[in-house]
Design a protein around this ligand. Structure first.
Ligand code: PA5
Length: 465
């Protein structure tokens, strides 16, 4: 079923006629984003103001499903199956766009207690451990220790672990240093140059760069590409997210189908029926006309937190340029109603709250039990066997009403349920919306020159000038 976007509670905050006046500009931005793909695929020169041009993510899901890129999708599935059958623990190394997307898929689509389950309970797939996403000594040391403690016999599948190392540039210190450390541990465990030591390392990287060179040198049989023309934070539906997701048993075809479906809607549906354009329009107008430059993504469910963090990165790194760009902030409710909720209800009027609501829980409703009258001190017998989904629905309605009563704008994104198809739609919707907004306000959404400053300084400190 299709994701929907309902901005009705935000409409009264728009200036009269503003939406209508924006319509032709949004249409132009849509055309520009679609034309970006044409410029990219023509392989002609990229205009200076569009450099870099990472619009390749737009048609990518449909292309993979159609068997393009030499049947890459099938290769990912086959290789993921082999990897899954060979290891009981998967260490994924990556940062930023080479990390946040997989985390969103893992938390959104796997059991919240995945790593604590037995292999059988996990459906015969390995546990997942992230590293290379920081320079945190104790975290690296703890994972090395965990692997040492639990993995003593490399011949036993239950004690085997492997590495997926993800870096488009291959030059990111966090990931590169972690790879050296974990590669060293892996080669010590399986024997340097052994078949297992080769098979159990899967690099995902650009066509050129340091990691590509390492991979060529080591002869890792399964190395997957991150295509030119797809930037890091737009790469979740390339092998960056798909390979480890497939290892975890996530339905990667459904992810791509959801993304391809929302792309078609984006390209063809009119305003008012186009979640990408409608979402972009509301966000833009409230920021431009009412100074609402804080965008709260209010996720209703713990499993959505990492999807929100992924979006925080996407928006911040894409549009936070030239002293502009809204501030993204993910909250998880009802948890954060008891922390940030105070500020959202009564703080500065600079926030647009977009709810992300899953309409139907995946598992059977857990009900609040009725108890004997003399044990009803908490007075919850009044709930009359209501379940967690009923309580959550009341919290969503109650919160939206409280915001509306105080003239604070909200809008709702509805996912029919939390499955791979819906998550594919959500991720692609937000990537498209970010690209459209960039074109609308004249900021190139691709590239992240600001991230280079700290890297340059760090390099000088570590290696000298
Ligand atoms: O969006 C981006 O391009 C960045 O967040 C990168 O993904 C991040 O810096 C990691 O880069 P790399 O994959 O080259 O290691």
């Amino acid at each position: 079923a299709a994701l929907t976007y309902d901005p009705s509670a935000a409409l009264k905050f728009l200036k009269a006629g503003a939406r209508e006046a924006l319509a032709p500009k949004l249409e132009a931005a849509r055309m520009e984003v679609i034309d970006d793909v044409a410029i990219l695929t023509s392989k002609g020169p990229v205009p200076a103001d569009k450099n870099p041009l990472d619009a390749g993510f737009i048609d990518w899901p449909a292309r993979l499903l159609a068997g393009d890129e030499n049947g890459l999708l099938r290769k990912i599935e086959e290789s993921a199956k082999r990897f899954r059958e060979q290891v009981d623990r998967m260490v994924v190394l990556g940062i930023g766009g080479s990390y946040m997307g997989l985390r969103a898929l893992f938390e959104g689509l796997c059991n919240p207690y995945h790593n604590q389950l037995t292999r059988e309970q996990r459906g015969g797939v390995p546990t997942l451990h992230f590293e290379g996403d920081n320079l945190d000594n104790d975290s690296v040391a703890a994972l090395l220790d965990l692997l040492k403690t639990h993995c003593k016999d490399p011949k036993d599948l239950a004690q085997r672990w492997g590495i997926v190392v993800i870096s488009k540039s291959g030059g990111t210190l966090e990931t590169a240093a972690a790879f050296r450390i974990f590669r060293d541990a892996l080669e010590t465990y399986y024997g340097a140059g052994s078949e297992l030591a080769k098979k159990l390392v899967v690099p995902v990287t650009g066509e050129t760069g340091k990691l590509r060179s390492i991979s060529n040198g080591a002869g890792y049989p399964d190395t997957f590409p991150i295509p030119d023309g797809i930037g890091g934070r737009f790469s979740v539906l390339t092998a960056v997210g798909l390979f480890p997701a497939a290892v975890l048993g996530i339905d990667i075809r459904a992810l791509l189908q959801g993304a391809a479906a929302i792309t078609t809607t984006f390209k063809t549906a009119p305003l008012g029926q186009n979640p990408v354009l409608d979402y972009t329009g509301i966000c833009h107008l409230l920021e431009r006309d009412s100074g609402m430059d804080v965008r709260i993504l209010s996720t209703w469910g713990k499993k959505l937190e990492a999807c929100g963090l992924w979006y925080d990165q996407l928006l911040a790194e894409s549009l936070g340029k030239h002293e502009r760009g809204a501030l993204p902030l993910t909250v998880v409710n009802t948890r954060d109603l008891h922390s940030r909720g105070q500020q959202h209800q009564e703080g500065k009027r600079d926030k647009l709250i977009t709810n992300v609501i899953v309409d139907k829980a995946s598992l059977a409703p857990v009900k609040v039990p009725q108890v004997a009258a003399d044990r009803d001190q908490d007075q919850l017998n009044r709930l009359g066997w209501k379940g967690m989904p009923d309580l959550l629905a009341a919290a969503i309605a109650g919160t939206n009403k409280a915001y509306a009563d105080d003239d604070r704008p909200t809008a709702d994104i509805h996912l029919p349920k939390l499955d791979a198809y819906a998550v594919g739609q959500f991720l692609q919707m937000m990537m498209l919306a970010t690209a459209v907004e960039g074109r609308l306000i004249g900021i190139n959404p691709y590239g992240q020159p600001g991230v280079e400053a700290y890297k340059k300084n760090m390099g000088e400190i570590l290696y000298g000038k």
